[in-house]
Design a protein around this ligand. Sequence first.
Ligand code: WT7
Length: 629
Amino acid sequence: MQRIKTLSEYFKKYELSEKDPESFWSEIADSFTWKKKWDKVLDWDFEKANTKWFQNAKLNITENIFERNLKERGSKTAIIWEPNDPSEPSIHLTYQELYEETCKFSNALRSKGIKKGDRVIIYMPMVPEAAIAMLACARVGAVHSVVFAGFSSTSLADRINDCQAKMVLTSDGNFRGNKTIPVKSVVDEALEKSSTIESVIVLERTKQTINMFEGRDHWWHDCIKEESNVCEAEVLDSEDMLFILYTSGSTGKPKGVVHSSAGYMVYSAYTFLNVFQYDENDIYWCTADVGWITGHSYIVYGPLLCGATTVMFEGIPTFPNVSRFWDIVDKYKINQFYTAPTAIRALQAHGLDPIKNNSLESLKVIGSVGEPINEEAWHWYHDNIGKGNCPLVDTWWQTETGGIMISALAGITPNKPAHASLPLPGIHPVIVDADGNELIGNNVQGNLCIKFPWPSILRTTYGDHQRCINTYFSNYKGMYFTGDGVKRDHDGYLRILGRVDDVINVSGHRMGTAEVENAINEHEEVIESAVVGYPHNIKGEGIYAYVIVNSESSDDIIKAEIIDVVRKVIGPIAKPDKVQIVSGLPKTRSGKIMRRILRKIASNDYGNLGDTSTLLNPNVVEEIIKGAN
Ligand code: WT7
């Protein structure tokens, strides 16, 4: 695959992608291995949320990772694994070794009855076997759905039930900093609430005592013992599902975002190579978890398709101390480092002491993803980690887009602090006002839409195509709506302003306000609740919950119980940072909660609450302001 090397080449490719998208993308797709080439590059109809790329082509993404790379890169390191505890040995897997492990596990999946199209849940720690699990599913044509191992048993059960999964892949426990998390017992609890799972494969990681259910649960090492290290790849259609990944929206339960085989393959590889400007012998590290889309596209698929060396880190940035990230950068001489603003801000708060013994001189490119990066964090990252001479790529994208959409190309696009900057070739963003009019020219601000399909656009939301149409393609006719606000500055550079819907971005993780409210409302003494986001120094946004209760308990006790209920129902990442007990919520005469007012109060912005005279209960606003924390 050709890599863009200059700014003028970028503009040329961009122009071509506008004028003739089909030849632009087919030229890129040509560098992959196909069992059969496509008859037609693109068919699309945004009104019906239908997009098809590389029609009737046949392929398997793992043949593009392995068979396509093995001859030249068989002995090259594919995955470097850094354990949670730095005194435990790391693991280096070559492409040949990763291939053989993937084949063995693919055979194990087939032996347990997994066939093309079956859904397999992966609920695992950040160990090489998590990547092997994903690749093995892809090899046999099963659809993986990775669930972040911090989610509760209820969240896990919801996902299993929504996609009617047949199998769960998990571990006995997970190491996380100085804690050991009992993952297998969470799976056991989830399986009490679901009936489709036939078998569970358990990786031994922590060696803690767990229950193994006869006939249902099997040890990973037993499953692969007798299996061959060769496994024929299932031939998939370009539009066959590759994976489902659940993500939160402004209403209801999380949706299963569906990605397809060919388009996702082409786009994740193309964007990895171009955004990070990966060179053959570079060592690349993305700190995300495979439970999120970043881990799918930029730890596993993108890098491995490009024959890169990708680092997987099991632990957290603060264990055994806050130098951990920088120690890993030096240990493996990382060239490209990709992390989230929340991690940068958290480490920034510890000052420069934790980096004073690190050289960091191997770094060539540093990246940011998941939420808007504020200027202060941008400069700190750029000056102290990038030492002022690494291009910083601020990459805007979403679970639904499958890959990076708006970003500088490292070292090619001029850097501008806090700006995602320019769209990648093939991406045609538009800014619209509330009525859907396109805002042309520079110095405009509005909602971010995309008006033309790209290969890794989501294909549907699992089991409910109408929901996909309603969520993404109905707000603005003929366009994909991102849910984000954006500004195009005087130079034509794009700056993402954050969500404009009822989604909050907590430490780069998406949370629906309705989802958190539903969890809070499970507490017996809660009558009603309203959740909003507010600016938070480290997390980007914090979760603020206003709750009406009918309880004899003290406010402190009830608040602690409310936080605990959210932890149990969703998981620790959704715990409210602040809970305020209130006697009423500001509502319109038609009974709608005025979140705008609640957001302002949560942000300590009382000066301009707007017109409150139309409220059903204006006096409640005074009371809420008095009690705000
Ligand atoms: C939402 C998508 C993309 C992988 C991780 C998050 C926000 C993401 C940026 C960025 C400003 C960003 C948006 C987007 N977001 N990257 N560089 N600058 N905002 O994936 O969980 O699907 O969340 O994250 O609000 O809509 P996700």
